[in-house]
Ligand binder design. Structure first.
Ligand code: GAL
Ligand code: CA
Length: 327
């Protein structure tokens, strides 16, 4: 009798620990659901969670750090095993780390990189992303390549490139470094870039469109030789404004090269129509699946030291995308 009881008990224990293994519960906050690139990212995370048999609960932080902090608290109270956080304000991540640490829950940050001195305060805090320098460099290179064989874009024949820069959010690592490295790559390719105007459009198509419209009015499209945007949505906003002024509609005399970053479907389509010059693939699938895989390993208490560099990071590379190489 006692033996049967013991066997049954062992069986129950074995079953429950097995149920835990594929029942990892992930709580994830996304800075803003309406962000086009983060939609691709979310879809990738959902697909990977389904594959891993993990439960993924996603929350829209609505671009508000206070809302996100509340969501983190709620996830912890509801007993999630691990957090995947796309911070609203990457500089305000200490609070999230402190809460996760107090609860003993690992936290994987994505897309918005917390400063190293904040990340280092918790041994179970990680970051998965892509190096912004890389995307800026590729963007500058693809624009330079095009301009070398299209010298007619030096409209005022001063051997310099008069360009408009549309930037993402202030303080975002991708805004700072993409802006810097795209210009650097142009210089390295022997082009002298001159920024006529630069504006923050918060990754947003409509904001970028309105700004570009204003620039076209004040500067005149004949005085703009290129548009560099920190992401595709803003590049597409610029394209809309140009099209409204009969630019980038097929007449080679009235074309201003526009470059973005992300390789969202709508940008690839605009490239196929000849409205936009190029973009850089921001690998949402690679980053999303890596985030979920790492989160599951952490929740299961596995050793992740071989998965990460410098104890904390997973870097997913960017790739150049120009017309005709639709991905
Ligand atoms: C960037 C991406 C932008 C925007 C931003 C949000 O990596 O290129 O389109 O999604 O992240 O943090
Ligand atoms: Ca010029």
């Amino acid at each position: 009798m006692r033996k049967i009881f013991m066997t049954a008990l062992i069986l129950v224990l074995a079953l429950s620990s097995c149920a835990f293994a594929d029942g990892v519960k992930i709580g994830s906050c996304i800075y803003r659901f309406s962000d086009a690139f983060m939609l691709r990212f979310r879809n990738a995370m959902s697909a990977e969670s389904a594959k891993e048999g993990a439960e993924l609960v996603l929350a829209d932080s609505q671009n508000d750090q206070t809302i996100q902090d509340g969501q983190v608290e709620e996830f912890i109270a509801n007993g999630v095993n691990v957090l995947i956080i796309n911070p609203v304000d990457r500089m305000a991540t200490q609070n999230i780390i402190d809460k996760a640490k107090a609860a003993g829950i690992p936290v994987v940050f994505i897309n918005r990189e917390p400063p190293a001195d904040i990340l280092s305060t918790y041994d179970k805090a990680y970051y998965i992303g892509a190096k912004p320098e890389e995307s800026g460099t590729i963007q500058g290179e693809l624009l330079a390549e095009y301009l070398k064989s299209h010298t007619e874009h030096d409209k005022n024949k001063d051997k310099k490139l008069q360009f408009v820069m549309l930037m993402g959010e202030n303080g975002h690592q991708d805004m700072i470094l993409r802006s810097e490295y795209s210009v650097k790559a142009l210089k390295d390719a022997g082009i002298e870039p001159v920024q006529i105007v630069g504006a923050i459009a918060n990754w947003d198509k409509l904001q970028a469109m309105n700004m570009m419209n204003a620039f076209i009015m004040s500067i005149g499209p004949e005085n703009i030789e290129a548009v560099i945007a920190n992401n595709d949505e803003m590049a597409l906003g610029a394209v809309e404004a140009l099209k409204a002024n009969d630019y980038n509609k097929g007449n080679p005399e009235m074309y201003i090269p526009v470059v973005g970053v992300d390789a969202n479907a709508s940008a690839l389509e605009a490239m196929d129509r000849g409205e936009m010059l190029g973009t850089v693939l921001n690998d949402a699938d690679g980053q999303g699946s890596a985030a979920v895989k790492l989160a599951v390993m952490l929740a299961e208490g596995k050793d992740v030291s071989k998965e990460v560099t410098d104890g904390k990071y997973i870097w997913i590379p960017y790739q150049k995308v120009t017309r005709g190489e639709k991905k």
